[in-house]
Every structure is written in C-alpha cells, then in structure tokens.
Write a protein that binds this ligand. Structure first.
Ligand SMILES: [Zn+2]
Length: 360
C-alpha cells in the first residue's frame, strides 16, 4: 500500500496540474506512469510506451475573477465557468426572472446545488457561469452588480498520449488479457486544479500494482496494460487506440477497465456484467470463495468509461468500479487525497485471481 499511496499522491500533486492540457500536466503524468512500467519490467509495443494522438480542448489555466457586488466568488468552490466558456470580461447588472438569471441578453448564469465540472472541445459565443444556489441567493440580496474576467484557451491539435506496455505470455503470446485505466483528469481552474484522486489516480494505482504483479508472475497469455489519456473529453484515448491497435482486437481474450477505485466498502459493480454472464459468474464465484468484497453488482452496457469502444468493436470487457458512501466528490476540486481505499487490497486480490483463472 505504500507504493499505492505514493502513486496516488504523485498523480494528484500540483505539479501534474490535474493531469490536463496546461503546464504539460498530461505529459508529466504519462512520464510518471511510463517510469513505473519500466520499473515493473513491462515491454513497449513500439519504440517507447507512448501512443500519441491530437485533441482539441478548452482549458482554464489563466487567472479568473468573478464578483457579485463586493463579494469575490471562489472558482471550484462557489462557481464554475461553463466548460465551453470563451474569454470575456465586463461589468453588468444581473437580470433575475424566477429561476432565469442573465447578466446581459446573451449572458447566462445557471444555478446548481452541486458543482460538477467536465471538459469540452469547443467554446460557446458568450461566457456562461454555473454558481452554487446558496452562494448566489445570499450574494444578490446585497447587490445585483456582477463583474467578471476570464481567459480560457481553446487548445487545438494538442498532442497528448496513451501509455501502453505488456508482459509477454509464456505459451500463447499473441493472445492478450488487457487492463485499462484512464490517467487524465480535468486540469487547472484558475488558482485551483482538479486532482482527480478517485477519478482516476486510484484506478491507475491499481493498474500499476497489477503490472508489478504480472511482470513477476507471467501467465500463458500476454497481459497488456493501457493507461489512456483524454477520457474526460469523451473517451478519446481509448477511441484512438481501438482505431489504431497494436495487435488485432480479436486477440483480446478479456479486458478489464478500472475507473474509480478509491472506496470499496460498498463493493464493486461490473458494467457489462449482464452482457458477459459467464465471466461475471466467475468473478462472483471467486469473490464468494475468498470473501474479498461485500457486494458484486452487474449492469448492462454503458458508454461511461474506456471499455466502451472496445466492447462496441466486439471485445469482451467489464468496466469495474468500487463503491461506498465514504466519497462524494465527483468532478469536484475536493476529489483529492487521502482516499478511503477501503476495498483496494481486496479488489486487487479479486482482479488478480479473476485474471489468473481467465489467463492461465
Ligand atoms: Zn471522470
């Protein structure tokens, strides 16, 4: 667990800038993962572990300021810019009509109970802000003056990367078990950044532990480890990989995608568990045999993480996530260490045993 904590802390550090596309945060994270691949002894498929691809993404590294009356609102805590927000500034008087809030005829403000950020690959024509309801209503009682300055940058054809390595199988090296986990997150937001501890430094930590284990304990089949970039912009890293695979997708015996591994006291759920029932039975059986996790659930298919384009192209796969009430920070700046990691070790044992039954 010492290495797990170190990996999560490193990926969530301010130097990685939320593993986004400013200050080369994505590249620092990719290099860090590659250094662990190397240390574990994984082989690259090409000259190195990196598979590069271009993306377009709106970014928020530069300072931003937003005020209602004299009250300065805090980015990430009190408000978020819309993910497709363009640059803009000005002083306005708020127009409030029931739940509709405008700062000028085209300038919208959305009110919310909970701030949830995401990424976009374009900019709208006017800045839009999402403000916490409680903060907003308290502030506008004192003043309806509204001012802001924001300077997002649309990064076009930014080169990011997947990080991919493998352990060669002893008997059937052309056939693969595949583990995947996205390492990117939401990046910088003015003075703050999205650390993405649960989403998905935790899954990368699990991916690396499996890499260390299977490099020391190779199986009949090969085992590939894929840390995908640009998941948060719409599964772009895994989409690129499935269109540019290193070996035929039909040679994948099974794929396990790991995303959100920071909890676990509520067990785990397998997306596609209702699709690949035989493998789900095996997972369930192993868990009952050894009493690893308190619960194993099955869902149908869902386009909610990096397993998706693989399963659309006929690859058998599960997306596994851990669950528990101990963590409520989703796409919020509070998704930062320390994580509960209540089911992490049990989940490792479960996944390791499942892979061995499938691959040996
Ligand atoms: Zn996410």
């Amino acid at each position: 667990m010492e290495r797990v904590l170190h990996v999560i802390d490193s990926l969530c550090s301010s130097q990685m800038h939320g593993r986004g596309y400013t200050h080369a945060g994505d590249k620092k994270a990719a290099k860090f993962i590659a250094s662990h691949f190397q240390k574990a002894g994984l082989l690259p498929f090409q000259k190195n572990y990196f598979q590069e691809f271009p993306i377009t993404v709106n970014t928020f590294a530069r300072p931003m300021r937003l005020k209602i009356g004299k009250q300065l609102l805090r980015e990430g805590i009190d408000y978020l810019p819309h993910p497709a927000c363009p640059a803009g500034k000005g002083k306005f008087v708020l127009l409030i009509k029931d739940s509709l809030v405008l700062y000028h005829p085209k300038g919208e403000i959305w009110l919310t109970d909970k701030l949830v950020h995401r990424l976009e690959d374009e900019q709208n024509d006017a800045p839009r802000f999402i403000i916490r309801k409680d903060i907003f209503w308290e502030a506008v009682q004192k003043s309806k003056k509204f001012s802001f300055k924001i300077q997002p940058k649309l990064q076009k054809d930014y080169i990011t990367q997947n990080v991919i390595g493998y352990v060669r199988g002893k008997e059937v090296p052309d056939s693969f078990l595949v583990f995947t986990a996205h390492y990117d997150h939401l990046g910088d937001l003015g003075k703050v950044y999205f650390a993405g501890a649960n989403d998905n430094a935790s899954g990368v930590a699990m991916l690396l532990e499996l890499a260390y284990y299977f490099a020391q304990n190779p199986m009949r089949y090969s085992v590939a480890f894929m840390a995908f970039g640009a998941e948060e912009i719409g599964l772009l890293g895994s989409l690129f990989y499935t269109e540019n695979p290193y070996f035929p997708l039909q040679n994948i015996r099974f794929l396990l995608n790991l995303d959100l591994f920071g909890t676990g006291e509520g067990g785990t759920t397998a997306v596609n568990g209702l699709v690949f029932t035989e493998e789900f039975q095996l997972l369930h059986h192993i868990n009952n045999e050894y009493n690893y996790l308190t619960y194993i659930g099955a869902r149908g298919k869902a386009p909610n993480s990096d397993h998706y384009y693989f399963s659309e192209k006929g690859v058998k796969s599960f997306f596994l996530y851990l669950q528990g009430d101990s963590w409520k920070h989703y796409h919020h700046i509070d998704d930062k260490p320390p994580l509960p990691l209540s089911g992490f070790q049990s989940a490792f044992q479960l996944i390791k045993t499942f892979a061995q039954r499938l691959g040996d």
